[in-house]
Design a binder for this molecule. Structure first.
Ligand code: KG4
Ligand code: ZN
Length: 332
């Protein structure tokens, strides 16, 4: 029987468990999104922790059942250690320790961002390094040079203020859409004119850094200047122009990075990589492009197992005192 990794991911508001075999094939990838936060217009950390606690046993059982394996068949357990909401991370970490310790299995702590990068290494059609990776999520936006599947990828540039996903979420909120706003804004944008409003692309930000504060403020002023009735009537145009400005900034920095590094392969990762317009634009850059399916771009545990395949596992009981971290070692 092939050896499998059981992975848990609870860094934010998705309760996730996955089973991945040592060839990088996904046997199960269960994601339970906590709809409860929609009512608050954002993730409430304490609510997220409590929801993880309630959902995780069933999510793990589901993943094992779908994969057709028992805990006894698992070779090692992997878990997100950070960055993220510390209370939410602790639920996953404590659960992973308990599951591993019960069978004296090894445990692999994984960095969430390494997970997003490693999603590109899963079957089918994994992307072989070296490649450039644009990682754009609700919490992070950065460009990475990936030389191998390990944790030592290099950050070439990151956002100076908001993350791209945050810009999508805040824009969606201004347009009266629900949370998380990225998918809803993108859907609304599909029926609008991308050139109706000239929103800033932060072109003056040098090098490979990003900035989304300007486009956010520009949307706020555009809505205010139009007045409520007109802004509502032109919501699709506002959404389309706003999405275009974000996507164009992302692809502009990708082009700069491809030019400066000479890399000829590109991977997209993180929730914003699920964006249709970004995928469309990235496909025109003339390099080999790898975009995982949307459910592997947004938070999931299969990507945590993917990263764990390229990390040393801690033998039982060396991991029992392991702590979570809210912010990563690189300050990300
Ligand atoms: O990677 P992820 O699931 O969680 C974090 O680690 O943050 O990313 C979530 C972010 C949210 O901001 C969400 O609005 C955005 O990804 N997102 C999208 C789309 N799907 C998810 N943004 C734009 N278009 C989408 N289709
Ligand atoms: Zn994420």
């Amino acid at each position: 029987m092939t050896r499998v990794i059981l992975a848990l991911e609870t860094s934010c508001d998705d309760t996730c468990a996955a089973v991945v075999d040592d060839g990088g094939r996904i046997r199960a990838n269960v994601i339970s999104s906590q709809g409860i936060h929609d009512a608050y217009g954002g993730v409430v950390p304490e609510v997220a922790s409590r929801q993880h606690l309630e959902l995780l046993p069933a999510v793990v059982a589901d993943a094992l059942a779908q994969a057709g394996v028992r805990l006894e068949d698992v070779a090692s357990v992997a878990v997100t250690r950070g960055p993220g909401l510390v209370g939410a991370l602790l639920v996953g970490l404590a659960s992973a320790k308990a599951l591993a310790a019960a069978h004296e299995l090894p445990l692999t702590p994984v960095d969430h961002l390494h997970g997003h990068v490693a999603a590109t290494s899963l079957e089918p059609d994994p992307l072989a390094p070296p490649f450039l990776c644009l990682l754009a999520s609700g919490g992070h936006t950065l460009l990475a040079r990936v030389e191998d599947h390990g944790p030592d990828w290099e950050v070439l540039g990151a956002t100076l203020d908001d993350a791209a996903g945050e810009a999508f979420d805040k824009g969606a909120r201004m347009l009266g859409l629900g949370f998380p706003g990225g998918p809803a804004l993108s859907e609304l944008a599909a029926g609008g004119d991308r050139e109706a409003f000239a929103f800033p692309r932060a072109r003056k930000v040098a090098g490979l850094e990003f900035s989304f504060a300007g486009v956010k403020t520009a949307l706020l002023y555009a809505i205010r200047d139009l007045g409520e009735a007109e802004a509502t009537r032109r919501r699709a145009d506002l959404a389309a122009s706003y999405e275009e400005a974000i996507v164009e900034q992302l692809t502009d920095r990708v082009k700069r990075a491809l030019d400066t590094t000479g890399l000829d392969r590109l991977a997209l990762g993180g929730g914003v990589a699920a964006n249709r317009r970004l995928r469309e634009r990235a496909a025109t850059l003339g390099v080999r492009l790898k975009v995982p399916p949307p459910e592997l771009c947004t938070d999931n545990a299969a990507m945590i197992a993917a990263a764990a395949r390229h990390l040393p596992a801690l033998p039982y009981p060396d991991y029992l005192a392991l702590d979570a971290y809210a912010t990563g070692a690189r300050g990300l």
